[in-house]
Write a protein that binds this ligand. Structure first.
Ligand SMILES: [Zn+2]
Length: 307
């Protein structure tokens, strides 16, 4: 993804600091951080995983092997890039609910392409997003959902192959957003949340200014209800990420991202993006907040946001 601008803290956060609650008994969402960390370790173990690589292929099989018994859909196509043609494959796991509508949680599983020969493994940028979705799948599978359907999407080809631009980036989600527009899925999406770089040991999820304001406010509400608000929204930034193609099509969408990875973001897109920089605790915070957001969405909680 690419950072566009830095902004100041918005009224959104301040006005929600008190946090309306859902009124019910607060129940800690279920999420197994040790298992999520283990998945992250295993994904990193495949080595660098850029599109078109053998390791990428192995990772696709690994993800699917963890989803046995779950309804899976695929969006596979060939992307034309400045480095030639590549197979791209978005993987979608569907957990049906009782209510009409879909909550989408998405994160990319490919790793940076230009760094493919540097030993780059993307522990935070690629592996953590893959792993958190696998653990969310564990929490959702085999349970009757009294709420909206939840679709988990392992997005592909998020990374640029040469240099980030509108044409060289987000290959997977641009294709998926078009597909879902054509088949009518987009209209059924209540909310779409992208998680990216969510395992930094020093976790500071930003307020992303291109995201849908009420959904950002809902993320902050969920974090506040769980006591994690100090890890959220200390700064506001504008980021191009996998949520963008959906924002552009009017889907309520948000990007959960910590784009300050190491002092001055020094570990981001470098071979230093390794397991020692991330933590199970951060996976837990991100994972539980997502579970809480799903619960709030199921109850149709929608914070009012001042402009
Ligand atoms: Zn990246």
């Amino acid at each position: 993804m690419k950072i566009l601008t830095l902004g100041v803290l918005l009224a959104v956060c301040a006005s929600l600091a008190a946090g309306e609650t859902t009124g019910g008994q607060a129940v800690e969402p279920s999420f197994n951080p040790a298992r999520a960390m283990q998945y992250t370790r295993q994904v990193v173990g495949f080595g660098t995983r850029p599109i078109g690589s053998a390791n990428h292929k192995k990772l696709e099989s690994y993800i699917l092997a963890h989803l046995k018994g779950v309804e899976i859909a695929e969006d596979a196509f060939t992307a034309e890039t400045p480095e030639g043609k590549f197979p791209v494959r978005n993987l979608i796991a569907k957990f049906p609910g009782s209510k009409d509508g879909i909550i989408v949680i998405a994160g990319h599983y490919d790793t940076n392409y230009p760094l493919r020969n540097t030993g780059y493994v993307g522990a935070n940028d690629g592996a953590s997003s893959t792993a958190i979705l696998l653990e969310l799948a564990n929490q959702l599978r085999g349970k009757k959902r009294d709420g909206y359907s939840v679709w988990l999407v392992w997005t592909d080809a998020e990374e640029a192959v040469k240099q980030w631009s509108a044409a060289d980036s987000l290959y997977g989600t641009r294709h998926l957003a078009d597909l879902w527009q054509k088949d009518g899925t987009l209209k059924r999406i209540k909310a779409l949340i992208v998680e990216d770089m969510i395992a930094d040991a020093d976790l500071n999820i930003e307020h992303e200014m291109g995201s849908t304001p009420w959904l950002e406010a809902l993320i902050f509400q969920a974090a506040t209800e769980l006591g994690y608000q100090s890890h959220f929204f200390a700064r506001s930034i504008s980021v191009e990420d996998d949520h963008l193609p959906f924002v552009q099509k009017g889907v309520p969408s948000a990007d959960m991202i910590d784009l300050d990875y190491g002092y001055n973001d020094v570990f981001h897109h470098t071979p230093q993006d390794t397991l020692d920089k991330i933590s199970a605790k951060s996976l837990e915070i991100s994972g539980k907040v997502i579970m809480k957001v799903i619960e709030l969405l199921d109850h149709d909680v929608r914070p009012t946001v001042k402009d």
